[in-house]
Design a protein around this ligand. Structure first.
Ligand code: HEC
Length: 233
């Protein structure tokens, strides 16, 4: 073999190695670089599951956002939660002021207060599980292993996302911005008039308001769903 051949073979080998090693490198979410690990279904993640519940249900105008600071409480990040709520990471349903307010039987004292509906059993269970698991500021990458932008059905993707990240502000008697997203018909209307997608990608005050911007994969999946006519599938 000539010298040139040797170099070609070595070059091909190195190039192949780079391709293979890239495939096995953890996928780094470009929007949220901290979310690098795989989502273990047995774990509850603050950034992915708990913070969206707090942002959607507690930080609307007049409540626990950085401007209004109702009762001195701010619930728009892990840091503000632990610094403004007593014992917020303690796994003790009596000492922990966050869970106490959520489980209060008096609808005027309960958070979120009436006429807003209480958190669902599912949301409360997630919170309790997160406390049991140590209540850390943990995160995982929902697109670990790659993104499939065609995975974009209403009941398995859009509906759970809207429920977790939007409905706290966009349902009930006083939906924020006059936009209701509590059922398929309402989500479809906002999807097809263009406001759903534009509200997610605008450069300031994007939705979910006060929360992290949706990652590129989720944005692509929502776009796929809207472009296929926002079907109820
Ligand atoms: C913390 C409360 C809050 C959360 C959470 C929230 N929104 Fe909003 N949303 C608002 C407010 C307030 C407005 C009106 C002011 C504005 O447009 O910024 C609004 C407006 C909108 C609008 C209308 C925008 C327009 O162009 O007129 C859409 C669509 C919308 N939200 C969708 C969503 C979606 C989808 C989510 C979840 C991914 C979400 N929102 C989460 C508070 C919230």
């Amino acid at each position: 073999m000539s010298r040139i051949h040797h170099w070609l073979v070595l070059g091909a080998f190195l190039a192949g190695g780079i391709v293979v090693s890239c495939k096995h490198d953890p996928y780094v979410n470009p929007t949220n670089p901290e979310m690098t690990g795989f989502c273990n279904p047995d774990s509850v993640y603050f950034q992915n599951q708990i913070l969206p519940i707090l942002v959607s249900n507690c930080t609307e105008s007049g409540c626990h956002n950085a401007q209004d600071r109702e009762d001195g409480v701010v619930l728009d990040s892990y840091q503000s939660l632990v610094s403004t709520v007593e014992n917020a990471t303690q796994n003790d349903l009596h000492e922990n002021k966050l869970i106490r307010a959520i489980l209060d039987n008096d609808p005027d004292d309960r958070m979120p207060p009436a006429p807003k509906s209480p958190l669902t059993v599912n949301q409360v269970d997630l919170l309790k599980k997160w406390l049991e698991q140590g209540a850390s500021n943990n995160a995982c990458d929902e697109n670990f292993g790659g993104c499939d932008p065609t995975d974009a059905r209403y009941y398995t993707f859009v509906q759970p996302l809207v429920q977790a990240k939007c409905q706290g502000c966009h349902s009930g008697n006083n939906p924020q911005g006059g936009i209701k997203l509590s059922n398929y018909a309402e989500v479809k209307a906002v999807a097809l008039n263009g406001k759903l997608y534009s509200s997610l990608v605008r450069s300031t005050n994007w939705m979910p308001l006060g929360g992290a911007k949706l990652d590129d994969c989720n944005l692509q999946r929502i776009q796929t769903w809207i472009q296929s006519g926002a079907p109820e599938n």
